[in-house]
Design a protein around this ligand. Structure first.
Ligand code: PRX
Length: 636
C-alpha cells in the first residue's frame, strides 16, 4: 500500500493514524517510493524536542534538483515545467520545458561554480519574479550552495542585514523589475546595500528592464553572456539529508530577522507530499500560486512542491490590479489554470471591485482554489467560493508558516469536507495540541488555546542561522517539549481547527508577517523619536493595519505632525520596506507600562481598535493616567 496519495476521507484517517502510530514506517515508505536517493538513511527520524534538535533521514544522500528535474526528463522532458507570465500582458508568456529547465539550471550551476561559489556558501538572491529567480534558486541547490532569497520589495538596509547575517558571498540581482506600472531599481538598492556588506565578492546582474545601471568593476558581472558561454549539463552535488538547502528570513519579536534554516531531505519529502495531496495534483494540471518566491509559499509551492511532482507551475511577474482588476482571472483563463492558490488580502481587494471583472471569465479550468498567509474571514471565503470556485471547487484554507516548511493544517481537496474560515484537519504526520496559560494540554473539543505541535515532521526548520539558542528559546521554551507556533486556535466540536491569529508581537499585514520590534527599531532611529509601540488593528482589506504610538523627544505641543508622520513612514520604508508603513500614527506623551517596564500592548491594541471596554487585568500598570490621555487622542 502506498501512502503518497490520499483518495478519500476514510483513507485520510487510516493514513493519519498510521503516521502517528508509526511515523518512521509512514515517512520511510513515502521517502523510499517517491524520490531518487544516492544513499538510503540510517534512521528516518532522530530528535530531542527539549533541545530543539531534529533530524530526518539521517545519513541519506540526495540532491533535490535531481528530484525536481533530472528524474522527470525521460518521461516529461518536453512537458512544460514553468510558465512565465510577464507583468505586461502584451508581452508573450514563456513556456519552459523540463529539458530546457535542465539546461538552464545546469548553465547557471556552472556559472556559479566558475564564479567561485562552493557547497555550503550562501548566495543572496534579490530578483523580481522572472525565470532567472527560479533558475538561480535551483542552481544553488544543484551545487549545494545555500540560497537566501530576499523579497525584492525589501529596502537596502533590510537586504544588507540579511546578507551580513549569513555572510553571503554572492548576490544575484537584475537591472530592475516591473510591478504594475512601476519600475523598481533593484540594482540601485543592491549597490546601496553592499556599501556595508564586506562578505560579497560577486554580483551577477540579470537583464530585465534594460535600464542603464552602474556596474562596479571587479564585483559586478552581467549574467547573460556568462550563461551563453556555460555548458548546458551539470553534475549535481551529493548532499547529506541534513545539509542546509536554504535560509529564509522571517520577522521575530526582536529587531534582528531570523534566518530560518531548512535542510534538504525532510523539506523535499514534505513539500512534495503536501503539494500532491492538498491540491490533489494530477499529471496535466497547471498550478498557479500567486505568492512571490521571496516568501516561503513561493519556495514550497511555486518551485519545489510542483517540480518535485513533475508538475507545471506558473511564475507571474505582475500584480492583480494591472492593467486592471481582471488580471488574475484573465491569466487563469489564458493558461487554463487548474489550481489557484492566493492570499486572503488579494481576495478581499478583488472582491471590493465590480463583479464585471471576474464575470467575463468562465474559469471552467479551475478544480481547486486555495488560501494562505492569514486567517480568511467568512465574507472573503464565500466570495472566493462563489465567484472564483463557482461553488464546485474545494477551497483549501492552508495553515502553515515559514518555520514549518510546508502546509500543516488544511483540507485535502476532494477528501476533507470544508468549513468556511476553518483550516480543518492536520495533515498526516502533524500532531497539533492546544495549550492553556498554565502550559497544560487542553483535551476535548470546542476549546481555544495556543497552538503547538508535539511531534516533529519532516519539513520543520532545523535552526536559526548561527543562533540555535534563539531558535530553541523562540519555539521550544514556551511549552517545553513542544514546538510553539505563535498562533492561537480553536478546535470545534468535530476536531476542526480554526486559526484565530498571532498571540505574540507579530502582525500579519496583507499576508506579510511583520514583527513589531523591527518596525519600532526603525522608527526609533528618527532623531525626534524617543520611543514607540506598534500594534495591529483589523483592516477590511489588509486583514490588519499597523497603528503606531510615538513619543517624541521634545516635550510640549507637537508641531508639524503630518510631516513627522511622513518622515517616520519614510524611515520605515528605508529600513524595512514600504510594506511595513503605518496606517496611523498617534503622538503620545507616554506608553502604558508594567512595573517591570514592559509595554502593555494589550491595552494599546484595544485603544487602537476603539474598544475602550475591558482592558483586562491592569493591576500591574504603572501609569494609568497615560491610558486616559491616549484614549482621548485616539486617531479613528
Ligand atoms: O499567523 C499564521 C498566519 O501566517 C503566519 C505565518 O507567516 P509566514 O511565516 O509569513 O508564512 C506565511 C505563509 C505560510 C502563521 O503563524 N497564517 C498562515 N496561514 C494561515 C494563517 N493564519 C490563518 N489561516 C491560515 N491559513
Amino acid at each position: 500500500m502506498s501512502y503518497y496519495k490520499i483518495e478519500n476521507l476514510e483513507q485520510y484517517f487510516k493514513h493519519y493514524n498510521k503516521s502517528i502510530r508509526e511515523p518512521r514506517k509512514f515517512w520511510g515508505k513515502i521517502a523510499e517510493e517517491n524520490f531518487t536517493w544516492y544513499q538510503q538513511w540510517e534512521k528516518v527520524v532522530d530528535f530531542n524536542m527539549a533541545e530543539a534538535e531534529v533530524k530526518w533521514f539521517t545519513d541519506a544522500k540526495v540532491n533535490i534538483t535531481k528530484n525536481c528535474i533530472d528524474r522527470h526528463l525521460s518521461k516529461r522532458g518536453e512537458k512544460t515545467a514553468i510558465i512565465f507570465e510577464p507583468n505586461d500582458p502584451s508581452e508573450d508568456a514563456l513556456h519552459i520545458t523540463y529539458n530546457e529547465l535542465y539546461e538552464t539550471v545546469s548553465k547557471m550551476a556552472n556559472v556559479l561554480r566558475e564564479q567561485g561559489v562552493r557547497k555550503g556558501d550562501r548566495v543572496c538572491i534579490y530578483l523580481p519574479m522572472i525565470p532567472e529567480l527560479a533558475v538561480s534558486v535551483l542552481a544553488c541547490a544543484r551545487i549545494g550552495a545555500i540560497h537566501s532569497v530576499v523579497f525584492a520589495g525589501f529596502s537596502a538596509s533590510a537586504v544588507s542585514a540579511r546578507i551580513n547575517d549569513c555572510e553571503s558571498k554572492m548576490v544575484i540581482t537584475s537591472d530592475g523589475g516591473y510591478r504594475g506600472n512601476k519600475t523598481i531599481d533593484l540594482k540601485g538598492i543592491v549597490d546601496e546595500a553592499l556599501e556595508t556588506c564586506p562578505s560579497v565578492e560577486r554580483v551577477l546582474v540579470a537583464k530585465r528592464t534594460k535600464t542603464d545601471v552602474k556596474m562596479k568593476e571587479g564585483r559586478d558581472i552581467w549574467l547573460e553572456p556568462l550563461l551563453e558561454a556555460a555548458l548546458d549539463n551539470s553534475v549535481a552535488e551529493i548532499m547529506d539529508a541534513e545539509d542546509p538547502l536554504f535560509i529564509l528570513y522571517t520577522s521575530g519579536s526582536t529587531g534582528k530577522p531570523k534566518g530560518m534554516v531548512h535542510t534538504t531531505a525532510g523539506y523535499m519529502v514534505y513539500t512534495a507530499y503536501t503539494f500532491k495531496n492538498v491540491f490533489s495534483h494530477e499529471e496535466n494540471d497547471i498550478f498557479w500560486c500567486t505568492a512571490d518566491i521571496g516568501w516561503i509559499t513561493g519556495h514550497s509551492y511555486i518551485l519545489y512542491g510542483p517540480l518535485l511532482n513533475g508538475g507545471t507551475t506558473v511564475i507571474f511577474e505582475g500584480v492583480p490590479s494591472y492593467p486592471d482588476f481582471s488580471r488574475f482571472w484573465e491569466i487563469i483563463e489564458k493558461h487554463k489554470i487548474t489550481q489557484f492558490y492566493t492570499a486572503p488580502t488579494a481576495i478581499r481587494s478583488l472582491a471590493k471591485e465590480s463583479l464585471d471583472y471576474i464575470q467575463k471569465y468562465p474559469l471552467k479550468s479551475l478544480k481547486v482554489i486555495g488560501s494562505v498567509g492569514e486567517p480568511i474571514n467568512e465574507e472573503a471565503w464565500h466570495w472566493f467560493n462563489d465567484h472564483v470556485g463557482d461553488k464546485r471547487c474545494p477551497v483549501v484554507d492552508t495553515w502553515w508558516q515559514t518555520e514549518t516548511g510546508g502546509i500543516m493544517i488544511s483540507p485535502i481537496a476532494f477528501v476533507t469536507p470544508t468549513k468556511p474560515t476553518y483550516a480543518t484537519l492536520p495533515l498526516p504526520g502533524i500532531q497539533p495540541v492546544l495549550m492553556d496559560e498554565k502550559r497544560n494540554e487542553i483535551e476535548g473539543n470546542q476549546v481555544v488555546g495556543s497552538l503547538c505541535i508535539k511531534f516533529p515532521w519532516p519539513g520543520i526548520a532545523r535552526t536559526i542561522w548561527n543562533n540555535h539558542e534563539r531558535y530553541k528559546e523562540t519555539y521550544f521554551s514556551s511549552f517545553p517539549g513542544k514546538y510553539f507556533t505563535g498562533d492561537g486556535a480553536l478546535r470545534d466540536e468535530v476536531g476542526y481547527y480554526r486559526i484565530t491569529g498571532r498571540v505574540d508581537d507579530v502582525v500579519i499585514v496583507s499576508g506579510h508577517n511583520l514583527g513589531t520590534a523591527p518596525i519600532e527599531d526603525a522608527i526609533n532611529e528618527h532623531p525626534a523619536v524617543a520611543e514607540s509601540a506598534i500594534v495591529g488593528v483589523p483592516h477590511d482589506i489588509k486583514g490588519n493595519a499597523l497603528y503606531g504610538y510615538v513619543i517624541l523627544k521634545e516635550t510640549g505641543e507637537v508641531r508639524n505632525k503630518e510631516n513627522l508622520s511622513k518622515e517616520i513612514n519614510q524611515y520605515i520604508a528605508d529600513h524595512i520596506g514600504p510594506i511595513a508603513k503605518l496606517d496611523k500614527i498617534q503622538f503620545v506623551s507616554g506608553l502604558p507600562k508594567t512595573r517591570s517596564g514592559k509595554i502593555m500592548r494589550r491595552i494599546l491594541r484595544k485603544i487602537a481598535e476603539g474598544d475602550f471596554s475591558n482592558f483586562g487585568d491592569t493591576s500591574t500598570l504603572l501609569n494609568p493616567e497615560v491610558v486616559e490621555q491616549i484614549m482621548k487622542e485616539r486617531i479613528s
